[in-house]
Write a new protein. Structure first.
Lengths: 311, 274
């Protein structure tokens, strides 16, 4: 089931008081986010990631295009009852304690007071701020503010969670805890929309990602689809290969590099794998393993964005 | 949002200062005002006789209440605006407005809760002072001046209307400084428009210009007229001859112009990107 559907969502911001200019933030972005998945939106600074979330939550208004969340048109106040949002650089009233901040946002979500106390203390425990419940937020570090922000986003038990750089300023242990929490939420059926610069984290938890550049979606797919785009395989062998076989592989394949009991090959298509297997087996060489080489998401992202820039 | 804004407004330094000054004045009157034991008709402050409670047309108690009313209104217009002018711009700050707008609240509801909360924060201070004075004068002088007590309703209403100007300026400029500056400019303009027949009309003897001034007067909250009329609810100033009778018209006109300004604010707010 689709939780978010956008159709050619476009946003231009106007700048300048007298000489008004249109600045493109998003250009015809069509995306579908399915129920229960963790979806990552990646892109360089200014690519339009935050704008996308703002449009979906009606914090900013689209120039053109349509979007639906839970089947409701964006702009419908009711759809926000099931959404949680952790914005980037969020601010909380400095005169409120952590517990009162959560109570305040809980009330804004329409949660009755009778339910709030229990919910607030369990959320503070969940994000590791139980001992800080009565401390005013002005004394909180960046990492603690992120944890509080996450608790705030979860106060209404959302079915759809938008997180903009959720681990920004959080220490490595805290990041791991947040990742585990997100996976736990996913297991409960929560759909998570994640904006992050930390590609290694996105790679670890996202089911699908879209890459935005200059307001356009340039790639979308699962992590595997994006990172295993080249047919490069590492084949671990039981014995070294003879020179005759080496020569046949070199002449038949795009690339073949040989190391003691290992060969790295680049293929034109996967049917060439059978040719390699037959050739090696006929020569009496056992195949111990065969793995497709992957580029990391970060490498892929940099190549893609650089390529787009050059084009 | 309303409750939160009231709490935020009450914590503002200028309103805390107003509260402290108001409390100090209340304590002064509670300790100092009274009647001379040997002359119950004589009003005294810390044992020093001021005047008889009523002497011909001059009612000293009413005079003191008028003075207190005028001073407290002047102070609240100053401290109140300084205190709460920033509440709308602070709501619009990046990182704050994103959170508010992501909640299941209509933008109109958010803005009005913020504006009403801000005005309520000021109203609590005003009501505290007026009720305090009313009780002190009632107990110590046996003068239960209902006019003085009810005048606070008119003052709060005037402040609510005045705040509509501050709110729309804060919404458009997103600046506390601009909101305060324009609020004070508006209070001067309101005074100028109130007295336009004696002043601004004479600058240019042109009917279009005169009607334009009239239009401005009726389209904006008539702050000066409302404050003057709220004082008349307490009583007539003994040293200002030829005062007009209390009229409700400025309150009615201001109610409509305030509704118009808040409607414009909501329209503007609902069309903005944050």
């Amino acid at each position: 089931m689709e939780i978010i559907q956008t159709y050619e969502l476009t946003k231009y911001y106007r700048s300048g008081l007298f000489n008004r200019k249109n600045i493109q933030a998003l250009e015809k972005v069509s995306l579908t986010i399915n129920e229960g998945e963790i979806f990552g939106l990646l892109g360089p600074n200014g690519a339009g990631k935050t704008t996308f979330v703002k449009l979906v939550l009606s914090i900013a208004l689209p120039t053109s295009g349509k979007a639906k969340v839970f089947g409701l048109d964006i702009g419908t106040t009711a759809l926000k009852e099931n959404c949680g949002y952790l914005p980037e650089n969020h601010r909380y009233p400095s005169f409120l304690s952590a517990a009162n901040t959560l109570k305040f946002f809980g009330r804004l979500n329409g949660i009755p007071n009778s339910e709030l106390n229990g919910k607030v203390s369990s959320l503070l425990e969940l994000v590791g701020l139980k001992d800080w419940a009565k401390i005013k937020t002005k004394k909180f570090s960046k990492g603690m503010m992120q944890r509080l922000g996450l608790a705030q986003a979860l106060i209404n038990d959302p079915k759809l969670l938008f997180l903009d750089e959720p681990t920004d300023g959080v220490d490595p242990i805290g990041r791991k805890e947040i990742r585990d929490l997100l996976l736990e939420l996913k297991a409960k059926g929560v759909t998570i929309f994640l904006n992050s610069h930390l590609l290694s984290e996105v790679e670890m938890i996202c089911d699908r990602v879209a890459i935005l550049n200059k307001g356009r979606v340039v790639r979308i797919g699962t992590i595997n689809e994006l990172t295993a785009h080249k047919l490069i395989y590492t084949i671990q062998l039981s014995a070294p290969i003879s020179d005759v076989i080496k020569e046949r592989l070199r002449s038949s394949l795009l690339r073949a590099d040989f190391y003691d009991n290992k060969v790295i090959v680049e293929l034109r298509d996967t049917s060439e794998l059978n040719f390699i297997i037959d050739l090696l087996r006929n020569d009496g060489i056992g195949i111990e393993s065969m793995t497709q080489q992957k580029t990391s998401l970060e490498e892929y992202f940099i190549q893609l964005v650089k390529g787009e820039k050059e084009n | 949002m309303f409750r939160f804004t009231v709490e935020e407004a009450l914590r503002k330094g200028t309103l805390v200062f107003y509260f402290a000054v108001a409390s100090f004045i209340l304590v002064l009157f509670a300790l100092g005002i009274g009647r001379l034991p040997n002359d119950p008709d004589m009003v005294a402050l810390f044992g020093s006789p001021l005047a008889r409670k009523s002497l011909h047309d001059f009612n000293v108690v009413e005079f003191i209440l008028i003075m207190l009313h005028q001073q407290s209104v002047g102070a609240i217009l100053l401290f109140g605006i300084f205190g709460i002018a920033g509440l709308i711009p602070s709501m619009l700050e990046k990182g704050t407005i994103d959170l508010f707008l992501s909640k299941p609240l209509a933008r109109a509801e958010l803005l009005m809760a913020r504006a009403l909360g801000a005005v309520t924060g000021v109203a609590i201070n005003l009501i505290y002072f007026f009720i305090g004075i009313w009780i002190i004068f009632g107990i110590k002088l046996e003068v239960w001046h209902w006019g003085f007590l009810s005048s606070v309703i008119y003052v709060v209403f005037a402040f609510f209307c005045y705040y509509s100007v501050v709110a729309i300026v804060g919404l458009i400029t997103r600046s506390t400084g601009f909101s305060i500056l324009l609020a004070f400019m508006f209070s001067i303009i309101s005074w100028g428009l109130e007295l336009r027949e004696k002043g601004l009309y004479r600058l240019w003897d042109n009917i279009v210009y005169h009607r334009l001034l009239d239009g401005l007067y009726y389209l904006t909250p008539q702050l000066n007229a409302m404050i003057d009329n709220s004082t008349l609810v307490v009583g007539r100033h003994p040293f200002i001859p030829g005062q007009a009778e209390f009229v409700i018209t400025p309150f009615i006109c201001s109610f409509f112009s305030t509704c118009l300004i808040y409607a414009l604010s909501i329209w503007y707010f609902s069309r903005q990107d944050y």
